[in-house]
Design a protein around this ligand. Structure first.
Ligand SMILES: Nc1ncnc2c1ncn2[C@@H]1O[C@H](COP(=O)(O)OP(=O)(O)O)[C@@H](O)[C@H]1O
Ligand SMILES: [Mg+2]
Length: 330
């Protein structure tokens, strides 16, 4: 469902520091009613900090927050009834079963017993957890844990949903199911604020995206508009036996109509507004004793926009996560 024009979330000049460390620095954005909005950035960018500020789990240093038209700047719980949150780390009880965890959460929202049980069963079914309903949460796999945490976050059918890296660190099948459920909730009219460090996930799911780096929003626009900036580009990836910078420099002086960049090891990225004529390139390289073992057309994606805007190499998003995460992301 498209946004109806009014705002579900309005954030102005939000700042949070942890001593000297910047959590977020003067960020402003709004999310329309019914919109699926993405916060895309590497590890440590300020994504969780933002969700914590918006859901009242952290106190802000400066700025203003409105959720569902309610001013939450001083009273972060004022819009609590409108909001559901799925944190990156589970907040459920390991000793309770899946069913018990859900009915317990439902009770916290004041739902009646019949309604609690019915909603719990319905959600277990939606997330394909019915068979695990009576098993303890502690024994669930990572993917099952994330799915039950998600179910608990939407037990009260909130119109506004905060999702913190909902597919990070879980198996491929669970991640796919989670993305489908997000798309369904969005279709039914839920406003979704989602953080991710997966560029492709943001491109596939989100209608509008903010790129966040080191606590700052460096770009914010509709996904279609963001992709527009790379749409007409022709990008060719050559796999070669030598891609050292002096090789790409040599090519650039002979073929000034193209842009050359060393890509991954032994790859050269050729970019041009016109279709790339590959024959002269391979001949030039062969004369230098370099073989071209593969030439592949690369379809421009949000990844290219992200690299262009942030200067962060797409592969680095994953590496940073591994380095900093240490497997502690569950
Ligand atoms: N409770 C905290 N105490 C100190 N520093 C924090 C705390 N929470 C986050 N930070 C720091 O704030 C920055 C943003 O972190 P975070 O919002 O968790 O990033 P992300 O969710 O995008 O990975 C990081 O440098 C992080 O180390
Ligand atoms: Mg985080």
């Amino acid at each position: 469902m498209k946004s109806d024009g009014s705002s579900a979330i309005e954030v102005a000049n939000l700042t949070k520091k942890y001593g000297e460390v910047v959590g977020v620095n003067d960020i402003s954005f709004q999310v329309g009613n019914g919109e699926l909005f993405g916060f895309l950035g590497p590890n440590g960018a300020g994504k969780t900090t933002t969700i914590n500020l918006l859901t009242g789990l952290a106190s802000l240093d400066a700025g203003a927050i409105k959720i569902g038209g309610i001013d939450c700047t001083r009273n972060p719980k004022a819009a609590q009834h409108l909001v559901g949150t799925v944190p990156d780390e589970s907040n459920l009880y390991p000793e309770l079963t899946g069913f018990e965890n859900l009915t317990f959460c439902a009770a916290l929202y004041g739902m009646r017993k019949n309604e609690r049980q019915q909603r719990a069963r319905e959600l277990l079914e939606t997330f394909s957890l019915t068979d695990a309903a009576d098993r303890k949460f502690a024994g669930y796999s990572k993917g099952m844990k994330r799915k039950l945490t998600f179910a608990a976050g939407i037990i009260h059918q909130p119109p506004i949903l905060f999702l913190d890296e909902p597919t990070t660190g879980i198996d491929v099948a669970s991640a796919r199911q989670v993305r489908q459920i997000i798309a369904n909730l969005h279709r039914q009219g839920t406003t979704v604020f989602l953080t991710t460090h997966y560029i492709e996930e943001a491109e596939r799911l989100c209608e509008r995206i903010a790129f966040i780096v080191k606590g700052k929003i460096v770009k914010i626009d509709g996904t279609t508009e963001l992709l527009q900036s790379v749409k007409g580009k022709n990008i060719l990836i050559l796999t070669v036996t030598n891609s050292e910078p002096n090789v790409t420099k040599g090519m650039a002086s002979v073929f000034p109509q193209y842009q050359f960049e060393p890509a991954a090891p032994n790859q050269i990225r050729v970019e041009s507004p016109e279709p790339v004529n590959i024959g002269p390139l391979t001949r030039f390289l062969e004369e230098k004793g370099i073989q071209v073992t593969e030439a592949r057309r690369h379809l421009p994606s949000l990844e290219d926009v992200f690299v262009q805007v942030t200067g962060i190499e797409a592969g680095l998003m994953m590496k940073e996560k591994e380095k900093a995460g240490g497997g502690g992301n569950q």
